[in-house]
Design a binder for this molecule. Structure first.
Ligand code: CP
Ligand code: NVA
Length: 310
């Protein structure tokens, strides 16, 4: 692909795709997952290379992208801040110009969204957000796919977010706006989501609650995340105090719908943002959620590189 190519698309935030495109991707992910489970070979990305750039730690994102790319016949280059010039202040624009001449698609996990955007603006190939301080679209892509697998359409449903107004919360908010569900948000004071900054069109897709218990009432899905995200470790002590009442426990789950699901993007801290009995209990789908990262990202890479199939 060349710069300015009309067909080239990046995936930097959840709102980069339309509802109808998500419908397509969820169906492709279902087909790709079924083939994988049946040990059917599917190698549409032979001779294609994915560069993965990690400036923060990862388990799921690395394994899901790397395994997924190999399963589709492609290969992977893995770069970190410590083993590349990324950690030595080479301008991100220069890195983008160089890396994107050698590979077909790039996944980046970094700090500021603006850095990811600067890379994408100078890239000849599609760029995928593998997590920034502000967004984590691949995770919510997997989460919504997991909800659909378990319960059907998410449109019209209620998702309760209990915890930090972080990258995951921002992404859930964009997803609610695009996919037509309602997000019940409960964050401690000082850790709110800035809906204006996240950029939503329908203000009715979000309701905020002081009490995390009230947020969970009637929810079809309850979800949370760590109290201290990567890059915010210096705030850990203050956060431990501020978030003490934002632990998803059995009492909160009881206020949700009887068949409500529990999700967590992982890694989790039992006894902090979630009680062990919830994450290890019957309503939790966290392992399916983690596995589905791979299936949805295979569908996403296929879409960004090959367009619609069939
Ligand atoms: N959920 C998620 O992105 O996990 P990793 O940080 O392990 O990649
Ligand atoms: N909000 C967390 C998500 C980790 C997958 C973080 O950014 O560290």
């Amino acid at each position: 692909m060349k710069p300015g190519d009309r067909l080239m698309r990046h995936y930097l935030q959840f709102k980069d795709l339309r509802a109808e495109e998500y419908g397509y991707l969820f169906e492709r992910a279902r087909i790709i997952k079924t083939r994988f489970k049946n040990y059917e070979k599917y190698n549409p990305l032979v001779d294609r290379t994915l560069a993965m750039i990690f400036e923060k730690a990862s388990t799921r994102t690395r394994v899901s992208f790397e395994a997924g790319m190999y399963q589709m016949g492609g290969s992977v280059v893995h770069l970190t801040a410590t083993d590349s010039q990324f950690g030595r202040d080479e301008p991100v624009e220069d890195a983008a110009r160089v890396i994107s001449r050698m590979v077909d698609i790039v996944m980046i996990r970094t700090f500021e969204q603006s850095k990811l955007e600067a890379f994408a603006a100078h890239s000849r190939v599609p760029v995928i957000n593998g997590l920034t301080n502000e967004h984590h679209p691949c995770q919510v892509l997997a989460d919504v796919f997991t909800y659909i697998e378990q319960r059907g359409s998410i449109a019209g449903k209620v998702v309760a977010w209990v915890g930090d107004g972080n990258n995951m919360a921002n992404t859930w908010l964009q997803a609610a706006d695009i996919l037509g569900f309602t997000l019940h948000l409960s964050t401690p004071s000082g850790y709110e989501v800035d809906a204006q900054r996240v950029g939503i069109r329908n203000p009715r897709c979000v309701k905020t609650f002081k009490s995390p218990f009230a947020a969970c009432e009637g929810a079809h899905l309850v979800t949370t995340d760590v109290w201290t995200s990567m890059g915010y470790e210096a705030e850990n002590e203050a956060r431990q105090k501020a978030f003490a009442d934002w632990c998803v426990d059995a009492q909160m789950m009881q206020l949700a719908q009887r068949d409500a699901l529990f999700m967590h993007c992982l890694p989790a801290h039992r006894g902090e943002e979630v009680a062990a009995e919830v994450i290890d209990g019957p309503q939790s789908v966290v392992w399916d959620e983690a596995e589905n990262r791979m299936h949805v990202q295979k569908a996403l890479m296929e879409y960004l590189l090959l367009g619609r199939i069939g």
